[in-house]
Design a protein around this ligand. Structure first.
Ligand code: NAD
Length: 260
């Protein structure tokens, strides 16, 4: 069974990591995709990977900054003009920011992280929910983080923004359930993507692989998650199989969050 035949899915941060992995999953099952990212080369690379897996896949690319409301309007309008509807929205683009103690966490860095991770998710929901309400169906998956449900440390901007994503998810889910629209969030632990590699380099420098081993040594499953594991979860949550799942935050972290 192909769960995404005739379905239209928007994915932000589609040029890398979790966005690309989810794109591959839903494309395999027939989704028509609109991938959004700041980085155009990364978008082209994602498209090439998806077309290599299925030459008949439909993949449109929109270069946009999710922190910019006009950019968000642009990718939503593009999708409606192109396909006339939005079945699924993986509201996922995000950045980690520089790690620092709270007292050293500069306001510029704080605002930068919040503007992408929180404002970006808010703008995305604002414009996509309007369309989904009009249609009477749709599923949104917002990317929070373990850092959005637990304290991790050294990540003031990230923690504030990801806890905010959880709040936005619950708030909009309550508002839009009556229109046939569900809103959920995922809270990934450490999944090996370019973002996590960069994070380990902040902690361990040249010894980042050692830092990585130490990091996962406290995970009950003793390993990093794989992007495709998150892709599977997101595909399920965006599909009609998950229509009655609403207002929840689902950790995908090997059990890490229960150790804090
Ligand atoms: P990644 O860096 O591999 O991919 C993020 C993508 O988002 C990149 O292609 C980047 O260009 C794009 N992007 C960044 N800022 C943008 C902006 N302003 N507008 C449009 N696109 C932008 O990272 P990832 O690990 O795939 O992370 C994806 C999401 O998952 C993020 O929200 C991140 O916080 C979250 N997350 C990741 C992990 C993990 O372990 N990888 C854990 C928890 C949460």
């Amino acid at each position: 069974m192909k769960r995404f035949e005739e379905k239209v899915v928007i994915i932000t941060g589609g040029g890398s990591g979790l966005g690309r992995a989810a794109a591959l999953e839903v494309a395999k099952e027939g989704a028509k995709l609109v991938l959004v990212d700041l980085n155009n080369d990364a978008l082209e690379e994602s498209k090439a990977v998806i077309l290599a897996a299925d030459p008949n896949a439909v993949v449109e690319l929109v270069q946009a900054n999710v922190a910019d409301e006009e950019g968000v309007k642009k990718y939503v309008q593009f999708t409606i003009d192109q396909f006339g509807k939005i079945d699924g929205f993986f509201n996922n683009a995000g950045i980690e920011g520089k790690q620092n103690l709270t007292e050293d966490f500069g306001i510029d860095e704080f605002n930068r992280v919040v503007s992408v991770n929180l404002n970006g998710v808010f703008f995305g929901m604002k414009y996509v929910l309007k369309e989904m309400k009009r249609q009477g169906f749709g599923s949104i998956v917002n990317t929070a983080s373990v850092g959005g449900i637990r304290g991790v440390g050294n990540q003031s901007g990230y923690a504030a923004s990801k806890h905010g994503v959880v709040g936005l998810t619950r708030n909009s889910a309550i508002e839009y359930g009556q229109f046939g629209v569900s809103v959920k969030a995922i809270a990934p632990g450490a999944i090996m993507t370019p973002m996590v590699e960069a994070s380990l380099k902040q902690i361990g420098g040249d010894n980042w692989e050692e830092a990585g081993k130490e990091f996962v040594s406290v995970n009950p499953m003793k390993r990093f998650g794989k992007p495709e594991e998150v892709g599977h979860l997101v595909a399920f949550l965006l599909s009609n199989q998950a229509d009655f799942i609403n207002a929840v935050v689902i950790p995908i972290d090997g059990g890490q969050s229960y150790k804090y």
